[in-house]
Design a protein around this ligand. Structure first.
Ligand SMILES: Cc1ncc(COP(=O)(O)O)c(C=O)c1O
Ligand SMILES: N[C@@H](CCSC[C@H](N)C(=O)O)C(=O)O
Length: 442
């Protein structure tokens, strides 16, 4: 095993190997205006008229619980509505290609609002790879709310079709999924669900992509929602959830739930999210470009990498048909839980943290962190590898990120150096029964 003393050599090798000559992902081209938008998406993200009486450039924060004036006025109580929140909702509707957007206190809050429309006896068809919190909420509804929840491999439209029945009132999808980065055919499944039952609500969790890269409503979904905690805000300084809909009746139902339960986003957080979303285009461009390089780097050294931008991904074509870029989350396996732990503990720039979509790069082991709430036996049943590492690539200098990852792989003993500075992998210790690593001769 190589010792921890060789980062300079690695850096030399990496520069040579990875910053030259790789194809970049196809440049996302959300450049043509759609759904009544006047400008390209990158422009619309920053283009807002504050509507303020003093022409303030930034939207005022109406930090007020109540509004005086009695019946008939637009706002009376911030749980029911607040001008700063309304401004954000109108902005988000435009960005999400939706007729209406609603903003709530977290991504799970959004999922809760959407699933509160279910009644006992209703059936939900959903994926077998889901964010742990979504899985937890659906399990709660199954055990306590009389909802039938069917988990299927949503990458296979036929399996979804088989699971649909006249009782299916909701299909809940993630694409790409968290953390296995599996893609789901939004248009195909939406059409199948509506054919099986015209009133079936297809809801897509768009957190991994953000509206900059994917617009589920344009592909036939009824609801798009996401954790605004991630790419939309981009700085891990707030929690938020955003719901986009075209159907007015559905929008009214969701608003009823938000007003009834009091989960509408607070004025200050609405303002922060408005500020954060302005830079979504530049952040996402930079992050996914670096993610692509890092995905290639790991794949070339024999790791099993899951990233939508890799041609080796079995759903590369599907993803490109429904999204405008690959995003910045990737996961990879090492073949050993201990080895994965050592890698995660050895990075310096990649901070050990849950979540993604932040300007800072993050590293995590989903089975210990974001997906720990899924029972280990169920994780096994659903083939969620215990050794999987998830990387969320930020906006730091790419060479610094590569160097950090390299030194961590060396320090952890996942790679070895050869005389001319090239990296080579040791074969995994077989703990997980996998032999995903190969020795990469220079
Ligand atoms: C795919 C996905 N959906 C929803 C959520 C929930 O978002 P939040 O943490 O803002 O509640 C998360 C992460 O938490 C997520 O990764
Ligand atoms: N302790 C939290 C874990 C949040 S995970 C956040 C994010 N979605 C991710 O995938 O990293 C919980 O129990 O929900």
């Amino acid at each position: 095993m190589a010792g921890p003393s060789a980062p300079a050599v690695i850096a030399k090798g990496l520069k040579h190997l990875d910053l030259d000559g790789h194809d970049l992902p196809p440049s996302p081209a959300p450049s043509s205006p759609s759904n009544g938008r006047k400008y390209a998406l990158a422009t619309e993200l920053v283009y807002t008229d504050s509507g303020d009486q003093y022409n303030s450039s930034s939207v005022p924060i109406y930090q007020s619980a109540t509004f005086k004036g009695g019946p008939g006025q637009e706002y009376d109580y911030t749980r029911s509505g607040n001008p700063t929140r309304t401004h954000l909702e109108r902005h988000m509707a435009k960005i999400m290609n939706a007729n209406r957007a609603l903003v709530v206190s977290s991504g799970m809050g959004a999922c809760d609002v959407i699933t509160r429309t279910l009644k006992p006896g209703d059936e939900v068809v959903t994926g077998d790879d889901l964010y742990g919190g979504t899985n937890r909420l659906l399990t709660y509804l199954k055990e306590n709310g009389g909802i039938i929840v069917k988990h299927v491999d949503t990458t296979k439209v036929d399996l979804v079709k088989q699971a649909l029945s006249s009782k299916t009132t909701m299909v809940l999808l993630e694409t790409p999924t968290n953390p296995l980065i599996k893609m789901v055919d939004i248009a195909g499944i939406s059409a199948a669900a509506h054919e099986a039952s015209p009133d079936c609500c297809v809801a897509v969790d768009n957190t991994m992509m953000s509206p900059y890269l994917q617009n589920p409503l344009d592909l036939g979904a009824d609801v798009t929602y996401e954790s605004g905690t991630k790419y939309l805000s981009g700085h891990h300084d707030l929690m938020a959830g955003v719901i986009g809909i075209n159907n007015a009746a559905l929008g009214d139902k969701f608003y009823f739930m938000i007003n009834s339960t009091g989960c509408g986003l607070a004025p200050f957080d609405s303002w922060l999210l408005l500020r954060g979303v302005k830079t979504l285009a530049v952040r996402m461009e930079k992050q996914q470009e670096s993610a692509m390089r890092i995905a290639h780097f790991l794949e070339e050294r024999g790791f099993k990498v899951r990233y939508p931008g890799l041609k080796s991904h079995p759903q590369y074509a599907l993803h490109n048909s429904q999204a405008r870029g690959a995003g910045a989350v990737l996961s990879f396996e090492t073949g050993s839980i201990n080895l994965s732990e050592r890698i995660v503990e050895s990075t310096k720039l990649f901070g050990i943290s849950v979540s993604f979509g932040c300007v800072n790069s993050l590293i995590s082991m989903p089975c210990r962190m974001s997906h720990a709430s899924i029972d280990p036996a169920l994780r096994k049943e659903r083939a969620l590898p215990e050794d999987i590492i998830r990387l969320c690539v930020g906006i730091e200098d790419l060479q610094d990120l590569m160097d950090d990852l390299s030194q961590a792989l060396v320090r952890a003993g996942a790679v070895r150096l050869t005389s001319d500075g090239f990296m080579a992998l040791e074969v995994g210790d077989g703990e997980t029964g996998k032999t995903t690593m190969v020795v990469d001769e220079p």
